[in-house]
Design a protein around this ligand. Structure first.
Ligand code: FE
Ligand code: CA
Length: 507
């Protein structure tokens, strides 16, 4: 665990930075600030981390740097004042990657804070703070936040302002980091441009989202890990099929542009760089003996929607096709990889980070069940295989998700069995509108393994793991339409070591 970070220091454009660093201001050559999108770090290992920034003096007009490469110097320090520099170097920011840099540091010490910053074009970036993962044999507590679904038009990022002030080792983002489309009942700010299909349009959409100071503060406060869901590309897409684009080849070109823009704006290593419409972003992240964190891609490889050929997945339906055992949520290769990884001796806690609610959620009425085909209920055989791989395994299994714009806590059981094999938490939405209170109440009534549901507040979740147990806190924004909104605890939960299942704590 780590102390909260001084926000003023991290954002760094204030008086202290100006006094300490007379040679640099945030304004670079020609009076233009190239660091309009902030800084970030991610993918922590015991000996390294990835540092990120993107030079974009004109963030909403393609960046504003033309075709020439630009040298970006980086510094890593032991201390917040940059008095003890432990590493420095230069990266080339090229137009092919939208003048982003992804600096892959190695040789660092485990479980430590470091501070970093960049200089380019005569300007210095704000400083960021990062933290390496614990050593392989360490058994230290881990505390992280998880977030999803941050539709820019529907609210401000008060949740991120709150998150940046928390003592966190890590932020996990579960998808819908951008939205390609405009939707919702009430907007507080607007997208520029329509639905992106070209790389330049996706870049400008990321730049719009990343121009938000509260999102920048959360990135600057600690390292992140991220997976995508659908809205980074197109609503309700599955593999090469999108309800909006009839021709799969045309859609794969959109997917390639969207994945490239995701790579350019995330603190991830070059191994995640897309090749055409393909990118491997799933992986296993170890935090000593305490936490094995699996980041899982639920969009790129999944079987097409069942029961709704060629149509949006939104209508609630049921049909026998969804039960087909050949249907897969993670794709055959990722599923086999995950199963093999899960067979290895686990840490105290295994966390599966994936986009959406895993638990069965019958949303029907009366005697008629109905399911949402874009969620795991469109892939029940794959869910059974996953729960089977978790059952009977030593250690504790937790599942975290987003996507459904509500807070949920659930006991996960294999079909027809009493034993709880894993515990699930879905951490709300940063801003995106949720379902009605009536639909949440109906789902709770029909699905007793859903132990808690709440959809009338936006927010995020925090999870703290130690030897004895897992503590989860749902954090709720009073009013996401207010940039200065208070954020408070909605509900706390506990899961005891060796005893899977949701225990409600104080609200
Ligand atoms: Fe969403
Ligand atoms: Ca989604």
């Amino acid at each position: 665990m780590s102390p909260p970070l001084s926000r003023r220091r991290v954002l760094g454009a204030g008086v202290a930075a100006a006094l300490a660093l007379p040679a640099f201001g945030s304004r670079g050559q020609g009076g233009r600030d190239p660091f309009t999108l902030g800084v970030a770090s991610g993918c922590p290992r015991p000996d390294g981390v990835v540092l990120w920034t993107r030079l974009a003096p004109e963030p909403l007009q393609g960046g504003g740097l033309g075709e020439a490469p630009v040298a970006v110097a980086w510094e890593l320090a032991d201390d917040e004042q940059f008095g003890r520099i432990v590493a420095r170097g230069t990266a080339q920011a090229t137009a092919g990657d939208a003048h982003s840099v992804h600096v892959e540091l190695t040789g660092l010490e485990p479980a430590r804070h470091y501070w970093y910053r960049f200089t380019a074009l005569g300007a210095r970036s704000p400083a960021g703070r990062t933290r390496t993962a614990p050593a392989a044999q360490a058994m230290a507590p881990v505390r992280f936040a998880f977030a999803s679904c941050q539709q820019y038009e529907q609210g401000y990022y008060a949740a991120y302002r709150d998150m940046a002030a928390q003592p966190l080792d890590l932020v996990v983002h579960l998808g819908d980091y951008i939205y390609e489309s405009s939707w919702g009942a009430r907007f507080v700010r607007r997208h520029e441009g329509g639905i992106p299909t070209q790389l330049a349009e996706f870049r400008d959409r990321y730049a719009l989202y990343k121009s938000d100071p509260d999102l920048q503060a959360a990135h600057a406060a600690c390292p992140w890990l991220a997976v995508w869901d659908d809205h980074e590309v197109a609503n309700d897409y599955t593999d090469d099929v999108s309800p909006r684009t009839a021709d799969p080849a045309q859609f794969l070109a959109i997917r390639a542009a969207a994945y490239q823009a995701w790579y350019e704006h995330m603190p991830v290593p070059a191994s995640m760089r897309p090749r055409g419409p393909h990118a491997r972003i799933h992986g296993r992240w170890r935090f000593g003996q305490m936490l094995d964190l699996f980041m899982l891609d639920g969009r790129q490889y999944r079987s097409h929607h069942a029961c709704l050929p060629g149509r949006s997945a939104s209508p609630l339906v049921d049909c026998s096709d969804r039960l087909d055992p050949s249907r897969t949520f993670f794709g055959a290769a990722q599923e086999a990889w995950l199963e093999a990884q899960l067979a290895v001796a686990p840490a105290r806690w295994t966390v599966l980070a994936q986009p959406t609610l895993l638990a069965t959620a019958d949303r029907g009425a009366g005697l008629q069940p109905a399911y949402w085909m874009d969620g795991w209920d469109g892939y029940p055989a794959a869910r059974e295989r996953l729960l089977g791989a978790l059952a009977g395994r030593p250690g504790n299994a937790l599942v975290i998700g987003g996507d459904v714009h509500a807070f949920w806590a659930a006991d996960l059981r294999r079909a027809g069995q009493d034993a709880v094999v894993a515990t699930e938490f879905v951490g709300g939405a940063i801003t995106s509108e949720g379902p009605s209170a009536a639909s949440v109440a109906a789902m709770l009534a029909r699905n007793p393994h859903l132990r808690y549901g709440h959809a009338d507040r936006r927010g995020y979740a925090m999870m703290a793991l130690d030897r004895r147990g897992c503590d989860v806190e749902f954090r709720a924004v009073d009013d996401e339409k207010d940039r200065a909104s208070a954020v408070r605890t909605l509900q706390r939960f506990a899961v005891a070591d060796g005893a899977p299942g949701v225990h409600l704590g104080a609200s």
